[in-house]
Design a protein around this ligand. Structure first.
Ligand SMILES: [Zn+2]
Length: 639
């Protein structure tokens, strides 16, 4: 799989090849009607604007995916997130098709973002305007305009810009950001009745809460009294099929057929080995597979047309399933995932996002190397990490991945060894961010595994980092709140300085001690913690972890409580010695704790309990992160 993921790099390695091809290709279209004239001068001209960079950026992804009720939750959530990927792919393919361009002109597509290179002609401009209007119409008709929006811009540029492509790339991004601030402006200006005439008669869909005509609502299998709108039905069905088909399958596009509706097509999921059983599709998307044997075989036997469009799309799709599989459609529900946790039966959730993405694209490459290939490869490789590696982390079978996570890292481990098929489900991952739900202990470890693998993936480049917001919830907690809380925590990690993870809330102690250290720079009072410090903290606490995990008696629980009580005392009165006295008394009375701290090999652990600083918070402040995780791990009941 790793080789497969890296495969696309090989044809972009030759940095001269692709831009030249793309430029010629667009150039040819631009000048095809002038071939009888003498165009030698025109060809040499690198100042006039002959090219267009078309950029698309979907906004409202968060709202669209997460703002659903908990009815049929995980399947619908995954169906929705997958739907969104295909929504973007469909638009990208419609653009190149209408413009008559080959697929090579798609410079990048992933994570709700795409870039396409096109010739700058009046015709292109007209086609793009028409396509944009068609798309907006469709979104309004499907009543998606309140959540989803595609900002679509195209800017012209001259041949000179190919040398430093990051400028035009950023300009298109900028343009799209402006458009996002005034969604559906053109529709509202020209034809406001289009949005208004939808009205709000009817009843709300139980999943997306959209008001639709009552006759459009249909009941959902195995959920009594639950009614979904047609789009949610389709997405629920997609979610079911995803669970059934595994990580690799096909999506086919038929001109007249049935399936789920994206703006310009109807798409259908097809299992591997079952292509060619439908009427001839007009396009095929191979999901998580670069293996073309099946398709080539069908073309040879004339079951597929020879010029069919085939695209390989990596999609992060891993989800935990029961071993026994009551029925083949089963995936773990949120309750079942929580039930799989060690200790407290809770759900863990994390959102992660690459830091400083804009800077990476602007300054990440030497100035003379910011050509179109380099820039698009950078985006593509970033996308592959989130699309490909996360699946591997879920399956947890690939040797190199196991090696990094199990043996090469000093990431915190809550169980001795993770088995394959881990207990989490990817809700969304792509571009530069991800959202994952699962058993809390598995997701906790996963955060560090992802960061560790990401470090290796970017060759330990200190400027390319990632920040995370982790949180623990009861399994009945509303999904959009989970997404929002994790999002806020991720934001907090970034504000605290990036390259960090938000693990747990620091409790009342944080408020109290913040007052004492007000105005002191670098006091060490951030809510989040750097990856490096978190790893060190959990490594230092390993002796206590193993002691308690091997002996989960009441004595150990009270030990955690006593240690946390000393921290609380410190937070209240950091300038007084009460906490030290309290702690030392406890240690002197507790033989095991005394042995642990007196052990010569545990010098780093001792520092948390015996070091006192006055210009910044003392290390005792940080013990809550390790001990609260330990406490959750030791709990037998759902508390
Ligand atoms: Zn709905």
């Amino acid at each position: 799989m790793i080789q497969r993921i890296f495969f696309p790099l090989s044809f972009t390695k030759d940095k001269g090849l692709q831009p030249t091809y793309l430029a010629r290709n667009n150039f040819g279209i631009k000048h095809e009607r002038e071939l009888d004239e003498n165009i030698e001068e025109k060809i040499k001209d690198r100042d006039s604007k002959k090219y267009l960079l078309i950029g698309g950026d979907v906004s409202g992804i968060q709202d669209f995916i997460y703002h659903i009720s908990s009815k049929g939750a995980l399947k619908l959530l995954r169906g929705r997130s997958f739907y969104l990927e295909m929504f973007c792919e469909d638009i990208v393919h419609e653009i190149v098709e209408r413009l008559g361009l080959p697929k090579a002109n798609i410079v990048y597509s992933g994570g709700g973002n795409f870039f396409i290179l096109a010739p700058c002609t009046k015709e292109t401009d007209d086609i793009m305007k028409e396509l944009k209007a068609d798309l907006e119409c469709w979104l309004i008709k499907k009543r998606l305009s309140s959540s989803l929006y595609l900002a679509l811009s195209w800017l012209s540029f001259s041949g000179d810009k190919f040398v430093n492509f990051s400028h035009i790339w950023m300009d298109v991004n900028q343009e799209n950001s402006l458009k996002k601030a005034q969604k559906y402006k053109s529709v509202l200006e020209k034809n406001p009745s289009k949005i208004l005439e939808l009205g709000d008669y009817g009843d709300p869909c139980d999943a997306c809460r959209k008001i639709v005509p009552s006759e459009d609502l249909e009941p959902v299998d195995d959920e009594e009294g639950v009614m979904f709108c047609p789009l949610c039905h389709e997405q629920m069905e997609v979610g079911r099929e995803l669970a059934r088909f595994g990580n690799s399958f096909y999506i086919i596009k038929e001109d007249q057929g049935y399936g789920f509706s994206v703006p310009f097509s109807k798409l259908k999921l097809v299992e591997k080995g079952k292509l060619g059983m439908d009427r001839s599709p007009s396009a095929i998307y191979a999901i998580n597979s670069f293996d073309t044997d099946e398709v080539i075989g069908l073309i040879k036997s004339k079951k597929l047309i020879f010029d069919i469009r085939i695209s390989s799309i990596p999609i992060a799709i891993y989800c935990a399933k029961p071993d026994y599989r009551k029925s083949e459609r089963e995936i773990f529900s949120l309750e079942e995932l929580a039930e799989k946790s060690n200790g407290s039966k809770k759900l863990g959730a994390v959102r992660m996002d690459v830091d400083n993405l804009g800077k990476i694209f602007t300054y990440g490459l030497p100035e003379d190397q910011r050509n179109v290939t380099r820039i698009s490869s950078l985006s593509r490789m970033m996308n592959y990490f989130f699309k490909g590696y996360l699946n591997l982390l879920g399956e947890f079978k690939e040797e190199k991945v196991l090696n990094v996570c199990n043996w090469q890292s000093n990431s915190p481990k809550l169980v001795k060894e993770r088995r394959h098929s881990r207990n989490f489900s990817i809700v969304y991952a792509g571009g530069d961010d991800l959202f994952i739900l699962g058993a809390w202990d598995d997701v906790f470890e996963l955060c560090f595994d992802i960061e560790e693998l990401f470090r290796k993936y970017v060759a330990e480049n200190p400027h390319v980092t990632i920040s995370a917001g982790f949180s623990i919830f009861g399994s009945k907690h509303p999904l959009y709140q989970i997404a929002r809380v994790c999002g806020n925590k991720e934001e907090c990690s970034k504000e605290d300085g990036k390259d960090r993870i938000y693990l747990l809330d620091r409790g009342a102690g944080k408020e109290q001690i913040s007052r004492k250290f007000e105005g002191i720079k670098d006091a060490g009072l951030e809510d989040s913690i750097s990856w490096r410090d978190a790893r060190k903290l959990f490594a230092d606490f390993k002796p206590i972890f193993w002691y308690i995990m091997n002996d989960k008696g009441n004595a150990s629980k009270s030990m955690v409580r006593k240690l946390l009580a000393a921290r609380e005392e410190y937070c209240k009165y950091p300038e007084k010695a009460n906490w030290v006295i309290q702690l030392h008394y406890f240690v002197s009375q507790n033989k095991d704790m005394k042995n642990l701290l007196d052990n010569n090999r545990h010098e780093e652990l001792r520092k948390y309990f015996y070091s006192v600083y006055s210009d910044k918070v003392s290390p005792i402040y940080d013990i809550d992160l390790a001990l609260n995780i330990l406490d959750l791990l030791g709990r037998k009941v759902n508390s």
